[in-house]
Design a protein around this ligand. Sequence first.
Ligand code: CP3
Length: 355
Amino acid sequence: MTNTNYNDRFLRACRKQEVDRLPVWYMRQAGRYDPEYRKVKEKYSLLEICRQPELAAEVTLMPVRKLGVDAAILYSDIMNPVASIGIDFDIVANVGPVIADPIRTMQQIERLKPVDPEADLGHILETIRILDRELNVPLITFAGAPFTIASYLIEGRPSKSYIHTKTMMYERPDMWFALMDKLGDMVATYLRSQVNNGSKAFQLFDSWVGSLSPRDFQTYVLPTIERIFASLSDLDVPKIYFPGVSSGELLPLLHNLQADVVGLDWRVSIEEGRRRLGDRFAVQGNLDPYLLTGPMSKIQEEAKHIMDLGMKQPGYIFNLGHGLFPEASLDKLRQLTEYVHEYSSQALSAKSEEV
Ligand code: CP3
């Protein structure tokens, strides 16, 4: 990190250190709301972009330049490492991940290979190295968590009910845990290689695990999540767990997790989220992304409310409660980022004068 203009607010907030203004970034900040990104997508699919490190780095940089956010998130997808373990998939426009041969048998699980990031995901590691050289904000890399990835591998495509996933969980716990073990190993190996190649923080996306009851989460999923974070505890980068949408009831179960930050969705307030998690974690979130369809005055009012709660103690990162959607407005996002920076810098300097 030779760059003296390096903006480390995001890393400081992850570690619950004081900041002069709140750091902000947005989940899915590289995406179709940006006309420049849509232009790239006219020529290449998501997976084709990922295979071209210079282009993937450029797409990662677009929102950093345009929005003025305090962190970059690698342009990739949670499905990328599964090709390496032997799964044939595609990302279909306006649908999401689609699997050629959904996992339904023990033989299919036994056939899954260990991931080899250097051999199979070299293009992604190269993108990380390029970004490490070019960025003056921290690069966040990520992986999909085992439940969320398993939901695609088993259902074969995005689902609302997760019926095949839950059927395997309840009917064949032997298969379920064998799959969790393999995906847990894949995720831990892949995240480690991301950090070794220059990422400054990582987020484990468990977007759909909120579909489970707290008891099922604890029995069928949490042991693997705890194992992943424990196995990476030697890495000196902030580690974020995002338990996805509707995950408020799961928060009290996370107290043993060796993560630094937990992402909240908008159904639980920052205050209540902190209460449920305990004091150890920094929190990240949690503006309802669909609020961005409203007028700027309403967006600012809600952002101010969230920031006032977040700034009550160190360890808060402004974000959405889930990813940006294609209809979001670039202009409103830019204004929101500016507003978060301005409002929080005033509020935090007034606060430091008080003491
Ligand atoms: O945040 C970023 O800007 C980094 C890029 C990123 C993508 N996917 C690129 C992408 C990240 C962090 C992801 C994670 C991801 N992928 C998650 C977890 C986050 C979440 O939203 O909960 C999940 C569940 C996936 C699986 C997936 N990939 C879905 C459900 C879709 C949407 C399908 C669609 O067309 O709307 C994708 C495709 C995808 N991944 C897009 C992008 C920018 C949109 C399609 C495209 O531009 O080609």
